[in-house]
Write a protein that binds this ligand. Structure first.
Ligand code: NAD
Length: 472
């Protein structure tokens, strides 16, 4: 494929890559304390630059400063704190007992850094989804190239400034740019690629990585359902669904994409949902905008199709196309065949569908690709078990939505179409490490030696007795 990039940019990218690759070899034998120093430097920088980061996020997305602090900064600080506190324990070689057939051997698992890693991030939480994985990658002892989203240029340039101010460029480098740059980066033989973004681009990344047999973590999205049964605490459910759906203007990978509510309570529940949404998002000045005109127009199209197909507008959000504002919108009577119910909405439109019994809701979920999150509102243990046992999703949150993302001791990630590999806390450390098994054999006589050729009949008899004794 002919590259659209200038030779100069290509040469720069290759030079950055070579220097990260060379340094990654040195980092293999480095003290764990040096990794902690880098994390501490990152933490200091974040505290010193929190205001500039907030301003950048406002310029890019009109993100309310409190929301930026509460979701993006707090999450990164929590990841840093956990990593610093637990790194000695995570990085320590783990002894493994010998099975009876390996008696006399000693084994352990060594956690070695993967090497030079590429982290590519999206625009919706442009700071935390870039820096969160960076924390895990540095904790595991890697060198890292960050490629933030081109759709949030102010945050992207803050991330670049951060790297030049606190990191050796052969340990952390930032390359800014669009699709052409991203396509070149994924072609390079990195030791690992950590990609957060859409499923479509995830496939492109995985194909390019396959050429080099580079391992990948894909953090994708999907249609995460929120199921509300008759046994739900309805006021809580309405409030929690409204907040997690419409925060960040619905541009959240773990937001509930649509609601499935029991027919018997549907009418009342929709009223509560509308009231909770109006109450929480009454101040339009505190509502973020849609990231680009392309994304805005896609939402307008989805909405138009739904209304033309007979969907009922329960809350009419209104739009402002001059600044890409699209306010919370709630729909009912939405046919499953619509694009709105076929693709991830990723915006402030919430379709509410109904079901007659829980197995119907489970069927609707199972007829969609596996989602990133599944949310169930119910006080019934039987209903919880039924849903947990009969559905598959990246994660589950019961009686709330999306907050599973913020729990640093829970592995976070998708399954199949919503992603592969896990992030956050210890799982993030493991993602950026090679779990290397090391087995040490004793000298002289060993149990395995009994089986060496030339084979003798009496050894075979002994082997049969051994199998019957220990493996039956
Ligand atoms: P995107 O896939 O368009 O872009 C993500 C990154 O990929 C950007 O850095 C972009 O420059 C790069 N990219 C774009 N085209 C590329 C190509 N052809 N080759 C290589 N790289 C390319 O995603 P987005 O629109 O920024 O983000 C929205 C999507 O991300 C949604 O689907 C959402 O669900 C998902 N998401 C997932 C998570 C998660 O943690 N699982 C978090 C946030 C967002």
């Amino acid at each position: 494929m002919v590259s659209t990039l200038e030779n100069q940019s290509l040469a720069m990218i290759r030079e950055v890559f070579s220097s990260l690759k060379a340094k990654s070899l040195e980092l293999r034998s480095e003290e764990v304390n040096r990794r902690k120093d880098r994390l501490r430097a990152l933490r200091r920088w974040i505290f010193q630059n929190a205001n500039q980061l907030q301003e950048a996020a406002y310029a890019d997305l009109a993100k309310p400063p409190i929301e930026f602090d509460a979701i993006e900064i707090l999450y990164v600080l929590s990841e840093i704190k956990t990593a610093i506190r637990k790194l000695d324990q995570w990085a320590r070689a783990r002894p493994v007992d010998a099975p009876i057939s390996m008696i006399g051997t000693r084994s352990f698992i060594q956690y070695e850094p993967r090497g030079a890693c590429l982290i590519m991030s999206p625009w919706n939480y442009p700071f935390s989804l870039c820096i969160g994985p960076l924390v895990s990658a540095l904790a595991a002892g890697n060198t890292v190239l960050l490629k933030p989203s081109e759709l949030t240029p102010r945050i992207s340039s803050e991330i670049k400034r951060m790297s030049t101010e606190i990191f050796d460029p052969s340990i952390v480098a930032v390359v800014e740019g669009g699709v052409d740059i991203a396509e070149e980066l994924v072609r390079l033989p990195f030791d690992h690629i950590f990609f957060t973004g859409s499923a479509g681009v995830g496939k492109i990344v995985m194909k390019a990585a396959a050429e080099n047999l580079t391992s990948v973590t894909l953090e994708l999205g999907g249609k995460s359902p929120a199921i509300v049964t008759k046994k739900a605490e309805q006021d809580d459910a309405a409030q929690r669904i409204a907040i997690s759906k419409f925060v960040n203007a619905g541009q959240t990978c773990v937001a509930p994409d649509y609601v499935l509510v029991d027919k018997e309570i549907a009418e009342k529940f929709v009223e509560k949902l509308v009231r909770s949404t109006q109450h929480a998002f009454a101040n339009k000045d505190q509502f973020p905008r849609i990231v680009s005109t392309r994304h805005f127009e896609r939402l307008v199209e989805l909405m138009g199709e739904a209304v033309n197909s007979g969907a009922r507008v329960e809350l009419n959000g209104t739009t402002d196309s001059t600044h890409n504002f699209f306010y919370p919108t709630i729909l009912t009577n939405v046919p499953l065949s619509l694009r709105l119910m076929q693709e991830e909405i990723f915006g402030p439109i919430l379709p509410v569908l109904t079901f007659s019994d829980l197995s119907e809701a489970i069927n609707i979920v199972n007829n969609q690709p596996k989602p990133l999150g599944l949310y169930l509102f119910s006080r019934s243990k039987r209903e919880r078990e039924l849903v947990l046992k009969n559905t598959s999703s990246g994660g589950v949150c019961i009686n709330d939505c999306a907050i599973q993302f913020l729990h640093h001791d829970l592995p976070f990630g998708g399954v199949n179409s919503s992603g592969m590999g896990k992030a956050h806390g210890h799982s993030g450390f493991l993602t950026f490490s090679n779990e290397k098994p090391v087995l040490r054999q004793r000298n002289g006589f060993t149990s395995v030696k009994i089986l060496y050729p030339p084979y003798r009949v009496n050894i075979q008899k002994l082997l049969r007795v051994f199998m019957k004794l220990f493996y039956r």
